[in-house]
Design a protein around this ligand. Structure first.
Ligand code: PSV
Ligand code: MN
Ligand code: MN
Length: 426
């Protein structure tokens, strides 16, 4: 299924008048505060977030999986689905592939399809957390950290293969997330596991093309519940530094112990020029992979405040690879991704409203109350008309969810594809 601009344009007509009055009202208010509304709208238009190829089917828990049907069963169909989301939101102009879940069978055909839908290939993800069919060695006791040289070599080679696949598609980054760790005290020697991981990453890094980045993702626990080799930003940063200038830390919002100050982590990584990628989701308890902004929208806003500050003040930090890393059981996955994209844009827009000069002055005067007022004034502003304007300018839908439903997308997909389901392996 492919949406065209006319369909979306026609659907927008009904809400155009009320959008215009909302936008003019907000625009006047913000202009009076000294903000450049056009520049904010254009930043929102430019902000693109990659959709992971594994989030397009209903996710699942270890207790069950309930399909929405019409799910994509090939990489081509996954890219079609991202095309639908991108046509409506104009914010999902990239895909992040997981290898070997999504090895293209015909590279040219996939590239042409993605090009036609205006979708780029963002970071490619390696997978050494599952054994692959026909593999000689098992990752049961770790991959890049394993005490067995043969296992480490297999895992290194897999990452080099992933780089090669990404290269053919135009990707410029490899994301490494390891499940490596231990389930029980005494099972692993921490130092050996860490050193093996460092040495393996260096071997992968040697195969990285000059214009590529390596993104090292961390996570405190799960699937291992006693220790994880790359458990936090400190471990990730040490490993990245041990590899070289093209290696960076990747922050996933769900990969922190409760109450971690994630905004402070992203801020300091940017200061050091070492924040390379970002996975969006939300969580109540652990790595819940819930819809972005569904649980802690204020925390997301505070994180965006630091990201905006870093994007403006830290030229030593590269452009980030943004990706949604969420998936679950009870929503239409495409609607869920649309909601996540909206929440991301909303937090970004609110962060762009913060008057950084006023905030700095209030900080210098130790005016704690004023500092909080400045942040909360931005947070409490209803910025949805800005998001709508950005989408409208780019040819997207005023309300992507309403348009998705009015255009009957899920039923169309079911008619086209039948009651297919895909197990993502998550
Ligand atoms: C691990 O929990 C993770 O967040 C990593 O980013 C993986 O690549 C992704 O989920 C899918 O397994
Ligand atoms: Mn992640
Ligand atoms: Mn995760």
């Amino acid at each position: 299924m492919k949406l065209n601009k006319t369909q979306i344009h026609d659907i927008n007509q009904k809400d155009l008048k009320s959008h215009e009055s909302d936008f003019n009202y907000l625009s006047d208010k913000l202009t009076n505060k000294g903000l450049d509304v056009n520049s904010i709208v254009s930043k929102l238009k430019d902000f693109q977030v990659a959709i992971p190829s594994w989030a397009l089917g209903a996710g699942g828990t270890r207790f069950g999986r309930f399909s929405f049907y019409g799910e994509p069963s090939s990489l081509e169909q996954k890219i079609d689905d991202i095309g639908v989301i991108h046509a409506l939101t104009q914010t999902a102009g990239a895909v992040s592939l997981h290898i070997p879940w999504d090895i293209p069978s015909d590279y040219n055909a996939i590239k042409e399809k993605a090009d036609a839908l205006n979708i780029k290939f963002d970071a490619v993800n390696s997978n050494t957390f599952q054994d692959q069919k026909g593999a000689q060695e098992t990752y049961k006791y770790g991959s890049l950290s394993n005490t067995s040289k043969a296992v480490r070599e297999q895992a290194i080679q897999h990452n080099l293969d992933v780089i090669n696949i990404g290269n053919k598609l135009g990707s410029k980054a490899l994301t490494v997330w390891l499940a490596d760790g231990s389930c029980f005290p005494g099972q692993n020697n921490f130092q050996t596991a860490f050193q093996n991981t460092q040495d393996s990453l260096i071997d992968i890094y040697k195969g990285l093309p000059d214009d590529w980045k390596m993104l090292v993702e961390y996570k405190p626990y799960e699937p291992n519940f006693y220790s994880t080799v790359i458990q936090d930003w400190g471990a990730s940063l040490m490993l990245a530094n041990g590899c070289g200038d093209k290696a960076y830390t990747l922050v996933d919002l769900g990969h922190h112990l409760p109450n971690s100050n994630i905004e402070q982590i992203v801020s300091i990584l940017q200061l050091k020029g070492k924040l390379g990628g970002f996975h969006f989701n939300d969580s109540k308890y652990g790595d819940d992979d819930l819809t972005v902004g569904s649980i802690k929208p204020y925390a997301l806003f505070l994180i965006f405040n630091e990201l905006v500050y870093g994007m403006e003040n830290n030229p030593q930090n590269p452009d980030l690879a943004w990706m949604i890393d969420a998936s679950h059981n009870v929503k239409d996955p495409l609607e869920d991704l649309i909601q996540s994209l909206e929440a991301i844009q909303e937090a970004y827009a609110k962060a762009l409203l913060i008057n950084q000069a006023d905030l700095k002055a209030a900080q210098l005067h130790h005016d704690v109350v004023k500092c909080q007022e400045i942040l909360q004034d931005a947070y409490r502003t209803d910025v949805r008309a800005l998001l709508q304007q950005a989408r409208l300018d780019a040819g997207g839908a005023l309300s992507p969810i309403n348009a998705y439903r009015n255009l009957n997308v899920r039923n169309e997909l079911i008619t086209e594809r039948g009651k297919n389901t895909v197990a993502t392996g998550l």
